[in-house]
Ligand binder design. Structure first.
Ligand code: C2E
Ligand code: MG
Ligand code: MG
Ligand code: MG
Length: 293
């Protein structure tokens, strides 16, 4: 067909653009039905406290998944689309309610005090009455406010409206904790740490991955950990995959870690035994990874 146009390249180019647009439209259509068709699922990944060579789970991060038929779609492929359309507000509320319900259930099953971390998009925080919605969900699900952690990013704070600070303060006064996610990857302004009520810093996995072998990344990770501790914030290192990384972070005084080394994110059903195992204080040994696989 390209030949018929006599401008092979251009026709092919147009065709692929067309195809891309069609695919995008299909994705948007399928996504807009996903909530009502019950195609979303939350996976959970443990957040672990490490001290004196012992590991204990303190919380879980809820991570959204989309079942498009048999295909499990990762969030990077559809959250931007939901953000653009504004549907993230409804989906985000579903995530919050679902995660709070699940963690409350785990509390009742013996995992008392387990914290529930939920990622937020900027659209959600800018929604009028967001803090009240959160209060309502906590009441409905009976999850204590102190068990909820909301994760935001630097880019969200960069694009914030005037309401963001007020909303974050309101959440803080309810007892909800705020975590700054992916720290160091955005336009890290240290001013944010001062201006906003933030309780937790999450060191981005891009630093952690190479930190044990790269002197510069080592220095950066060390500085972020020191900053957090100096500001009396909890520091969580993301993306721990090896014992070497664990050792490095432990030596640097980072108390909290999250990563494949302890567990990949898994369905509520699959993660429950992992949480139970990690809630009895465990000694860190070589067998660890196998044990929690
Ligand atoms: P995030 O909040 O920084 O979540 C951590 C990501 O790192 C997750 O990717 C997790 O699976 C991955 N991860 C954890 N441990 C390791 C590790 O040891 N190695 C490696 N390579 N990766 C690890 P995931 O689940 O694909 O989520 C990607 C991002 O999507 C999240 O990054 C978050 O920004 C966003 N997201 C996920 N769920 C939601 C949600 O419900 N709402 C919103 N607004 N965003 C979400
Ligand atoms: Mg997160
Ligand atoms: Mg992160
Ligand atoms: Mg991220």
């Amino acid at each position: 067909r390209a030949k018929a146009f006599g401008k092979g390249q251009l026709a092919l180019y147009n065709e692929s653009l067309q195809e891309e647009a069609t695919q995008r439209l299909n994705l948007e259509n399928a996504l807009s039905e996903a909530l009502s068709r019950d195609q979303f699922e939350l996976y959970y990944q443990p957040i672990v406290q490490v001290s004196a060579g012992r590991a204990q789970v303190v919380g879980v991060e809820a991570l959204l998944r989309w079942w498009q038929g048999e295909r499990l779609v990762p969030p990077d492929q559809f959250i931007p689309v939901l953000e653009e359309s504004g549907e993230i507000v409804a989906v985000g509320e579903w995530v919050l309610r679902q995660a709070c319900t699940q963690v409350h259930q785990w509390h009742q099953q013996g995992l008392a005090g387990l914290r529930c971390s939920v990622n937020l998009s900027s659209r959600q925080l800018q929604e009028p009455g967001f803090a009240e919605r959160v209060a309502l969900i906590l009441k409905e699900t009976a999850l204590p406010a102190a068990s909820l952690v909301l994760e935001i990013t630097e880019s969200l704070l960069m694009r914030d409206g005037p309401e963001t600070l007020a909303t974050l303060r309101e959440l803080e006064s309810m007892g909800v904790r705020i975590a700054l996610d992916d720290f160091g990857t955005g336009f890290s302004s240290l001013g944010y740490l001062h201006r906003y009520p933030l309780h937790i810093i999450k060191v981005d996995k891009s630093f952690i991955t190479k930190a044990p072998t790269d002197e510069r990344l080592k220095a950066i990770s060390r500085a972020i950990i020191g900053l957090g501790r100096g500001l009396d914030m909890d520091v969580i290192a993301e993306g721990i995959e090896t014992l070497e990384q664990m050792d490095f972070l432990h030596n640097e005084g980072c108390q909290f870690v999250q990563g494949y080394w302890f567990s990949r994110p898994q369905s509520a059903l699959a993660i429950h035994p992992v949480l139970q195992r990690l809630s009895a204080t465990e000694e860190l040994e070589e067998g660890e990874q196998e044990a929690v696989q």
